[in-house]
Design a protein around this ligand. Structure first.
Ligand code: NIG
Ligand code: FE
Length: 442
């Protein structure tokens, strides 16, 4: 047996450690699947806490989960303990690795001019209309090589793991022509290959209409539907197609055309909706998208319809925070209506340059009045539902992928409580551990 405390695990990159036993876990948040679908209502608060717990992982999968007492009595473990790398968690909290189901990591530069303009009083939409915003990130991506983009994404992935995220959805969406959208998705794929965690690629060719199609949005939608989606599908570069369906981006009718083309090519669907104005969800719901994201503006009838489906409402409070808005999506209204809610960072250079899920959770608690337990379930198991990965991700159960995060806290409520500081001590992705900090404890 090799015994290591959390602070002694080196950054291991993609090295496989096939047998791991985590012991002395103060609180294990198992998030076992108790419902046949994403968590909603009261079920969103059920964390399935096991105190003084242990978890055994073999070959990248979770094999058993229980109390220390049960683990130490297990005959197989007794016999094989010498062959297993043991990690002493020193009474810390262990939870499923976060599932960040909404990020835009393929860009080259921060948008600092937009940042200053907003501080001086301009709005996100005013800045976009004046040539800033999403369109100002296009040039950088078009001019940058695939390998340089890959390097940038790889740095983001490493940083995500350092904050406890082990599964991430990654969108294209700043290339906005065939060549640069394919290049962006290829860069996502190349970066994913050297990361221990799991990357879910999404094609967001319909982010905004690029400048060369100004005033000809239907022609751009035709390009997305007739050339880009078939090319992406043929190369198996994405699992999802996303559309920014909002004022100043794409209409409900255009989104319907794009959803139909994506469905024809067996790609799953998600959409940015209701961020700037109310989006009519009815026509889009017919396509059973995995997720509607942002959801700042939604009417009661659409909410009631949404509650009857497994489409997850993914809330991204980092965007509201960074855009300096005083209002946030009404999470309580959504949860109390029976809608399944997830949380994500929306990591991007314009509206949410954070890749910290604990920060998104802290904002969810303080600004949207979600409880710490709800925020944790929304950032793990419901994120997994939003990516259609709940059979593998989002909870700590035998048979699931060995994706775990060890936090240097003794109570799970501290995770959203200590905002602006990273308490993640160790992330384990598909059975591969990597520690970020030397915690000093033990
Ligand atoms: O989710 N709303 C659309 N897309 C991003 C913003 C992207 C950007 O500003 O670069 C979002 O907030
Ligand atoms: Fe987004």
């Amino acid at each position: 047996m090799t015994t290591r405390n959390v602070s002694a695990i080196p950054w291991t990159g993609a090295r496989k450690i096939s047998s791991l036993l985590l012991v002395n876990i103060g609180q294990l948040l198992a998030l076992r699947l108790t419902t046949n679908g994403p968590r909603r209502g009261a079920a969103l608060s059920e964390l399935g806490i096991i105190r003084d717990a242990a978890v055994l992982c073999l070959g990248g999968k979770i094999v058993s989960v229980g109390t220390m007492k049960d683990a130490l009595r297990d005959p197989w473990l007794k016999k094989n303990r010498k062959k297993i790398t043991e990690i002493d968690c020193g009474g810390r909290v262990v939870l499923p690795g976060f599932v960040d189901s909404h990020t835009h990591p393929v860009f080259t530069e921060p948008r600092l001019v937009d940042f200053e303009k907003r501080i001086s009083g301009s709005s996100y939409e005013e800045i976009a209309a004046a040539g800033g915003g999403i369109r100002s990130s296009i040039d950088g991506v078009r001019k940058t090589s695939k390998s340089a983009l890959t390097q940038k994404i790889a740095v983001v992935l490493k940083d995500l793991a350092a904050h406890g995220t082990t599964t991430v959805e990654a969108k294209s969406g700043y290339g906005l022509n065939l060549e640069s959208e394919l290049k962006s998705l290829e860069a996502i794929r190349a970066a994913a290959r050297v990361w221990a965690g799991t990357v879910v690629p999404t094609f967001l060719g319909a982010h905004v209409v690029p400048p060369e199609y100004r005033g000809r949005s239907q022609a751009y939608v035709d390009l997305v539907c007739q050339e880009m989606i078939p090319a992406v599908a043929k190369r198996k570069l994405a699992q999802f197609v996303d559309v920014f369906c909002d004022r100043g981006a794409f209409t409900s009718d255009e989104t319907t055309q794009i959803f139909a083309a994506a469905s024809k090519h067996s790609l799953a669907l998600r959409a940015h909706v209701g961020q700037l104005s109310e989006t009519r969800l009815g026509p889009l719901l017919q396509f059973s998208p995995a997720s509607f994201d942002h959801m700042d503006h939604v009417n009661d009838a659409d909410l009631a319809a949404l509650a009857q489906t497994d489409t997850v409402a993914t809330l991204v409070p980092g965007a509201n925070y960074f855009l300096g808005l005083s209002s946030y999506p009404n999470a309580r209204r959504l949860i109390d209506s029976g809608v399944a809610v997830a949380l994500a960072t929306d990591y991007n250079p314009g509206s949410s340059p954070t890749l910290s899920m604990p920060m998104a959770m802290s904002l969810a608690c303080t600004q949207m009045k979600m409880s710490p337990a709800e925020a944790i379930a929304a950032a793990t198991i419901n994120g997994a539902w939003a990516l259609r990965l709940a059979d593998r991700k989002g909870s700590i159960e035998a048979g699931k992928d060995a994706d775990l995060a060890v936090f240097d806290v003794s109570d799970y409520r501290e995770i959203p409580y200590w905002f602006g500081t990273n308490r993640c001590a160790l992330a384990i992705a598909n059975g591969v551990p990597s520690s970020r900090i030397s915690c000093g404890a033990n």
